[in-house]
Design a protein around this ligand. Structure first.
Ligand code: BTN
Length: 122
C-alpha cells in the first residue's frame, strides 16, 4: 500500500506535507517550494487534492493543486504513488504551472510543464 500522508521532497529540494486522505479520497496539505518563477519571497502555500481508491489500490493515482500565496500562478500536479521491493515510496508526478498574463494574447507563454519525483522524508 502506498500512503500519501507524510512529508515529501522532490529533486528541486521542495518540501510538501500531505495530510491524511479522508474516506472520499480528498486531502489537503502545504507546499514549500525551493524555487520560483517570480522574484517574490517564497511563502508556504496550501494544496488541495484527490486520490483514487484510497483504501483499495496499491499504486494510486492522485492530483492536487497549489494555490501559491506569493504569486498569481497556480500549479496542478497529477501523479502516481509507487512502492519498490524494499518498501521505498515515490510519487511520480507531472505538473502544469499557469502564470497570470495580462492579455489572452500572451496565453501561448503562460504555461510551464515538468515532471517531478518526490521521496518520503518522514
Ligand atoms: C511561482 O513561481 O509563481 C510559484 C512557485 C512555483 C514553483 C514550481 S511548481 C513546479 C515546480 N516544482 C517545484 O517544486 N517548484 C516549481
Amino acid at each position: 500500500q502506498c500512503d500519501l500522508q507524510g512529508l515529501w521532497r522532490n529533486e528541486l529540494g521542495s518540501n510538501m506535507t500531505l495530510w491524511a486522505t479522508n474516506a472520499a479520497g480528498t486531502f489537503s496539505g502545504s507546499y514549500h517550494t525551493a524555487v520560483a518563477a517570480t522574484n517574490k519571497q517564497i511563502l508556504v502555500s496550501p494544496l488541495q487534492g484527490a486520490q483514487q481508491h484510497p483504501s483499495a489500490k496499491r499504486h494510486p493515482t492522485f492530483g492536487f493543486t497549489v494555490q501559491w500565496q506569493f504569486s498569481d500562478s497556480t500549479t496542478a500536479f497529477v501523479g502516481q504513488c509507487f512502492v519498490d521491493r524494499r518498501g521505498k515510496e515515490t510519487l511520480e508526478t507531472t505538473w502544469l504551472l499557469r502564470e497570470e498574463v495580462l492579455s489572452h494574447k500572451d496565453t501561448w507563454k503562460a504555461t510551464r510543464v515538468g515532471t517531478s519525483v518526490f521521496t518520503r522524508i518522514k
